[in-house]
Write a protein that binds this ligand. Sequence first.
Ligand SMILES: Nc1nc2c(ncn2[C@@H]2O[C@H](COP(=O)(O)OP(=O)(O)OP(=O)(O)O)[C@@H](O)[C@H]2O)c(=O)[nH]1
Ligand SMILES: [Zn+2]
Length: 198
Amino acid sequence: MSNTPIITPDYKENIDSYRQLIDSTGEDLNRPGLLDTPARAAKAFSYLTQGYHQSLEEVVNDAVFPSTNRELVLVQNIEFYSLCEHHMLPFHGVAHIGYLPNGHVLGLSKFARIVDMFARRLQIQENLSEQVAQTIMDVTGCRGVAVVMDASHMCMMMRGVNKQQSTTRSTAMLGEYLHDNQARNEFLDAVPKRRPAF
Ligand SMILES: Nc1nc2c(ncn2[C@@H]2O[C@H](COP(=O)(O)OP(=O)(O)OP(=O)(O)O)[C@@H](O)[C@H]2O)c(=O)[nH]1
Ligand SMILES: [Zn+2]
């Protein structure tokens, strides 16, 4: 699967909305620096929400392989960028995904593709974590899946409560992770404790 951004033709419908937004600041829409901005911004928004235009079949591309390994597989430090559904401001961080295979394993890159497919929508972090976990369970039929996400929210940093150091950890667990404390602890011990800076 290629990494070509999905810019759907309907991005053009948002150009006028961006014009109005800029106009509302009192800016001169005709000054050279702003002439192309409404179209650029509409394209950027289309990219940042491209997850609405992706299908799981396309993203996974049948990369589910037979395997006898039933032990923890942990894919960690998957960077993601999303938009909070309350302010449409970015939140970004890393996802760590652990799962216990049950006859099949998923192509490693597909964990990151699945994270991106759901991150590039209007989200709250807790739901994003759950959607990723549920999808991995559905696609692999695994024994259990655990997702941890550590993120910084721009709506808490550049406005509102204005906290620069606060990060948020969300967790989603399914299958054996719901009741097997040993498996849970093995996963949580292996996961990086802090969100890397980027
Ligand atoms: N649980 C959760 N809350 C989020 C997320 N992203 C943003 N929020 C919060 O959504 C809440 C919206 O609260 P409101 O009081 O309706 O909006 P607001 O007046 O802009 O809130 P402040 O950010 O406190 O200024 C805020 O507390 C945000 O921090 C998220 O991913 N998960
Ligand atoms: Zn927000």
